[in-house]
Design a binder for this molecule. Sequence first.
Ligand code: THU
Length: 136
Amino acid sequence: MNDFADLYQQARDAAANAYAPYSGFHVGAALVAEDGRVFTGCNVENAAYGSGICAEGNAISSAAAGGVRKIDSVIVACLDAGECYPCGNCRQLMREFSVDTVVVQDGNGALRVHDFGEILPHSFGPESLDNLPTNR
Ligand code: THU
Protein backbone atom coordinates (compact mmCIF):
# COMPACT_ATOMS: atom_id res chain seq x y z
CA MET A 1 0.00 0.00 0.00
CA ASN A 2 1.54 3.26 -1.11
CA ASP A 3 0.99 6.22 1.15
CA PHE A 4 0.81 9.65 -0.40
CA ALA A 5 4.11 10.81 1.09
CA ASP A 6 5.98 8.07 -0.75
CA LEU A 7 4.08 8.77 -3.97
CA TYR A 8 4.73 12.48 -3.61
CA GLN A 9 8.46 11.75 -3.38
CA GLN A 10 8.18 9.69 -6.57
CA ALA A 11 6.46 12.66 -8.22
CA ARG A 12 9.27 14.95 -7.05
CA ASP A 13 11.85 12.54 -8.43
CA ALA A 14 10.06 12.64 -11.80
CA ALA A 15 9.93 16.45 -11.63
CA ALA A 16 13.71 16.50 -11.34
CA ASN A 17 13.74 15.07 -14.89
CA ALA A 18 11.33 17.66 -16.28
CA TYR A 19 12.39 19.19 -19.56
CA ALA A 20 11.33 22.75 -18.93
CA PRO A 21 13.84 25.11 -20.56
CA TYR A 22 11.13 27.63 -21.48
CA SER A 23 9.05 27.97 -18.32
CA GLY A 24 11.59 26.83 -15.75
CA PHE A 25 8.61 25.14 -14.09
CA HIS A 26 9.48 21.56 -13.20
CA VAL A 27 6.47 19.35 -12.58
CA GLY A 28 6.20 15.65 -11.81
CA ALA A 29 3.27 13.33 -11.36
CA ALA A 30 2.89 9.86 -9.91
CA LEU A 31 -0.30 7.88 -10.34
CA VAL A 32 -1.58 4.68 -8.83
CA ALA A 33 -3.48 2.40 -11.16
CA GLU A 34 -6.33 0.21 -9.98
CA ASP A 35 -4.01 -2.80 -10.00
CA GLY A 36 -1.52 -0.99 -7.74
CA ARG A 37 1.09 -0.19 -10.34
CA VAL A 38 2.66 3.26 -10.11
CA PHE A 39 3.47 5.32 -13.20
CA THR A 40 5.28 8.63 -13.25
CA GLY A 41 5.69 11.49 -15.68
CA CYS A 42 7.23 14.92 -15.99
CA ASN A 43 6.48 17.90 -18.18
CA VAL A 44 8.27 17.94 -21.53
CA GLU A 45 8.31 21.32 -23.23
CA ASN A 46 9.00 22.17 -26.85
CA ALA A 47 10.38 25.09 -28.85
CA ALA A 48 6.93 25.17 -30.42
CA TYR A 49 5.41 26.03 -27.07
CA GLY A 50 1.99 24.54 -27.74
CA SER A 51 3.55 21.13 -28.35
CA GLY A 52 4.66 20.80 -24.72
CA ILE A 53 3.12 18.07 -22.59
CA CYS A 54 2.24 18.23 -18.90
CA ALA A 55 3.56 15.88 -16.25
CA GLU A 56 0.13 14.46 -15.50
CA GLY A 57 -0.62 13.78 -19.15
CA ASN A 58 2.67 11.97 -19.57
CA ALA A 59 2.05 9.79 -16.53
CA ILE A 60 -1.45 8.99 -17.78
CA SER A 61 -0.14 8.14 -21.25
CA SER A 62 2.45 5.78 -19.76
CA ALA A 63 -0.21 4.09 -17.70
CA ALA A 64 -2.48 3.70 -20.73
CA ALA A 65 0.41 2.19 -22.70
CA GLY A 66 0.79 -0.29 -19.84
CA GLY A 67 -2.82 -1.34 -20.26
CA VAL A 68 -4.30 0.71 -17.42
CA ARG A 69 -7.91 1.79 -17.85
CA LYS A 70 -8.71 2.81 -14.25
CA ILE A 71 -6.58 5.16 -12.16
CA ASP A 72 -7.19 5.53 -8.44
CA SER A 73 -5.06 8.55 -7.58
CA VAL A 74 -2.76 11.16 -9.12
CA ILE A 75 -0.14 12.97 -7.05
CA VAL A 76 1.40 16.18 -8.41
CA ALA A 77 4.68 17.81 -7.38
CA CYS A 78 6.26 21.05 -8.53
CA LEU A 79 9.82 22.02 -7.66
CA ASP A 80 9.42 25.71 -8.46
CA ALA A 81 6.14 26.76 -6.90
CA GLY A 82 4.20 26.30 -3.71
CA GLU A 83 0.67 25.29 -4.48
CA CYS A 84 0.38 23.54 -7.84
CA TYR A 85 -2.91 22.26 -9.26
CA PRO A 86 -3.40 20.36 -12.53
CA CYS A 87 -4.40 22.38 -15.57
CA GLY A 88 -7.85 22.02 -17.07
CA ASN A 89 -6.71 19.77 -19.89
CA CYS A 90 -5.05 17.35 -17.45
CA ARG A 91 -8.19 17.29 -15.32
CA GLN A 92 -10.06 16.12 -18.39
CA LEU A 93 -7.40 13.49 -19.14
CA MET A 94 -7.82 12.21 -15.57
CA ARG A 95 -11.58 12.09 -16.03
CA GLU A 96 -11.27 9.60 -18.88
CA PHE A 97 -9.63 7.05 -16.58
CA SER A 98 -11.97 7.59 -13.63
CA VAL A 99 -9.46 9.10 -11.21
CA ASP A 100 -10.87 9.17 -7.66
CA THR A 101 -8.31 11.25 -5.78
CA VAL A 102 -5.94 14.08 -6.67
CA VAL A 103 -3.16 15.05 -4.26
CA VAL A 104 -1.30 18.36 -4.52
CA GLN A 105 1.30 20.19 -2.47
CA ASP A 106 0.02 23.15 -0.48
CA GLY A 107 3.28 25.11 -0.56
CA ASN A 108 3.79 24.76 3.19
CA GLY A 109 5.13 21.25 3.27
CA ALA A 110 1.79 19.53 3.49
CA LEU A 111 -0.34 17.68 0.96
CA ARG A 112 -3.96 18.37 0.07
CA VAL A 113 -6.08 15.36 -0.79
CA HIS A 114 -9.04 16.10 -3.04
CA ASP A 115 -11.92 13.99 -4.28
CA PHE A 116 -11.97 14.20 -8.04
CA GLY A 117 -15.38 15.88 -7.96
CA GLU A 118 -13.76 18.88 -6.32
CA ILE A 119 -11.16 19.06 -9.07
CA LEU A 120 -13.56 18.78 -12.00
CA PRO A 121 -17.20 19.13 -10.96
CA HIS A 122 -20.06 18.50 -13.38
CA SER A 123 -17.63 16.87 -15.77
CA PHE A 124 -18.00 15.39 -19.22
CA GLY A 125 -16.83 11.79 -19.51
CA PRO A 126 -17.19 8.58 -21.50
CA GLU A 127 -20.68 7.85 -20.19
CA SER A 128 -21.79 11.29 -21.32
CA LEU A 129 -21.75 9.82 -24.83
CA ASP A 130 -24.31 7.17 -23.88
CA ASN A 131 -27.92 7.59 -24.91
CA LEU A 132 -27.17 9.49 -28.05
CA PRO A 133 -30.30 10.75 -29.75
CA THR A 134 -31.58 8.09 -32.13
CA ASN A 135 -32.57 10.61 -34.80
CA ARG A 136 -28.98 11.39 -35.77
N1 THU B 1 2.56 21.97 -16.03
C1 THU B 1 2.44 20.65 -15.73
O1 THU B 1 3.19 19.80 -16.23
N2 THU B 1 1.46 20.29 -14.86
C2 THU B 1 0.68 21.15 -14.18
O2 THU B 1 -0.13 20.73 -13.36
C3 THU B 1 0.79 22.59 -14.42
C4 THU B 1 1.69 22.99 -15.54
C5 THU B 1 3.66 22.37 -16.92
C6 THU B 1 3.29 22.79 -18.30
C7 THU B 1 4.46 23.66 -18.68
O3 THU B 1 5.52 22.83 -19.15
C8 THU B 1 4.88 24.29 -17.37
O4 THU B 1 4.34 23.46 -16.35
C9 THU B 1 4.40 25.72 -17.20
O5 THU B 1 3.05 25.82 -17.43
